[in-house]
Write a protein that binds this ligand. Structure first.
Ligand code: AMP
Ligand code: MG
Length: 410
């Protein structure tokens, strides 16, 4: 049997190589409202305090606390969004709406529910009246000059709201990687084609473009490459020219027409070409002209799991994320799981949270590398380490959390 020229390395070593080679992309400036999901590349400070003026926290009457309960003459209205030239003197009150500046002279807000209004006067019910109550002082939420968002923060809904609050029209964020995705193989045809004898429809470009998008990166569809030197060469060059990352599937095993690895080797450096994992053994990582190239095996599950393990963290790191690995948690096996001790294996499971708080892992069925149905509905991958065979029901293993976990109700 011919030997692969690439040494077999363990997954931890492979991930360390990817981390070493991958850097965040340069920052770009975006209109803040367009920056959802991006990672901030600068610190953001508040130029003004929030609230910028003492603001009413309730609808009601601004009064002087020392006057106590009882009747007041209403001197006018102060609506949110305006500054009415009102002054609250002893014995008077101003009608004020939530969010309006509290008029000069007043030091407390009485909720409208605690009052009764009649003939230009208001009766304040007996009760505890405290100076400062129901007024949000200047800077209660944000101090002037305060650091509100620091570099490395992932911009989600609250962060976008804060950028709006501080008036940050544009923000510096890390650019998202563009990823050129292609399938390889003479047998692969477009899904809208009727496969001729010996042909199958493409699955990998669609799963891979999907997970690229899911990782916050931008896929570029380079189609299907034939297993001939010229097409492999031309399409890879096009991908390298157009994208930050090249993502191929198929053509990385030991077959005669597995042309991707040799071409990448001729153009740049292959950092690894074999990893001791199942699925995904021939997964390949190279750099060419400063661009990253990830070559996934052709079997659809192998392609997807290899992406999950090696490519997703790289895309997140390029986009400026500091946490680029999925969370992992201990899970209890719901049943016996067969496993060969030779390789680290990632099996697809449905994880559920039991009443006792532990995760329970149930298989998605036959785990063949071609059976994409084993990924459908999977929200976790259990990690079965090498050096240990066959696991019994009840054994605790590590699980990569891929999606939301349902909580079992008793
Ligand atoms: P390869 O890695 O090229 O040797 O392919 C391994 C297996 O995956 C073969 O059975 C291929 O037919 C299949 N395969 C390769 N690429 C795709 C694809 N894009 N979609 C579905 N199956 C594929
Ligand atoms: Mg092939």
């Amino acid at each position: 049997m011919p030997e692969s020229p690439y040494p077999m390395i363990e997954i931890e070593a492979a991930l360390a190589i990817v981390e070493r080679e991958v850097r965040p992309l340069p920052a770009i400036r975006l209109a803040f409202a367009e920056a959802m999901g991006h990672v901030l590349a600068e610190d953001i400070y508040a130029a003004e305090p929030m609230p910028p003026f003492p603001a009413a926290a309730v609808d009601g009457f601004a009064v002087i606390a020392a006057d106590g309960p009882g009747r007041r003459r209403i001197v006018g209205d102060q609506m949110a969004g305006y500054v009415a030239k009102l002054r609250v003197e002893p014995g008077t009150a101003a009608r004020v709406t939530t969010g309006a500046p509290v008029p000069a002279g007043a030091d407390t807000m009485i909720m409208v529910e605690q009052t009764e209004e009649r003939d230009g006067q208001v009766d304040i019910r007996p009760g505890d009246i405290q100076a400062g109550a129901n007024i949000r002082p200047v800077g209660q939420d944000i101090n002037q000059g305060q650091l509100v968002l620091s570099q490395g923060t992932v911009l989600g809904p609250p962060e976008l709201g804060l950028l709006g609050t501080v008036g940050q029209a544009e923000v510096a964020v890390y650019r998202r990687p563009t990823v050129a995705v292609m399938s390889t193989g003479d047998e692969i045809v477009e899904p809208h084609h009727t496969p001729q004898p010996g042909q199958i429809r493409d699955a990998n470009r669609f799963t891979l473009m999907g997970v690229v998008r899911d990782a916050g990166a931008v896929p570029l569809d380079l189609g299907i490459i034939r297993d001939d030197v010229t097409s492999v060469q031309e399409t890879i060059e096009r991908g390298l020219a157009q994208a930050d990352v090249l993502l191929t599937s198929g053509g990385v095993s030991m077959g005669e027409l597995d042309l991707v690895k040799p071409y990448l080797a001729s153009r740049g450096a292959i950092h690894f070409g074999r990893v001791n994992t199942k699925p995904g053994k021939p997964v390949t990582f190279a750099t060419v002209d400063g661009k990253l190239c990830f070559a996934m095996p052709g079997f659809p599950v192998s392609a997807l799991v290899s992406f999950e393990i090696f490519v997703r963290p790289a895309l997140l790191k390029m986009a400026g994320h500091r946490h680029f690995y999925r969370p992992r948690e201990q899970a209890v096996l719901a049943h016996d799981v067969g496993h060969t001790a030779a390789r680290t294996e990632f099996q697809r499971v449905v994880l559920k949270r039991r009443a006792d708080g532990r995760l329970l892992a149930s298989t998605t069925g036959a785990q063949g590398s071609g059976r994409l149905l084993s990924m459908v509905g999977a929200n976790g991958l259990i990690v079965l380490p090498h050096g240990q065979a066959d696991f019994q029901a009840g054994t605790v293993v590590e699980a990569v959390i891929l999606g939301p976990v349902e909580i079992e109700t008793a």
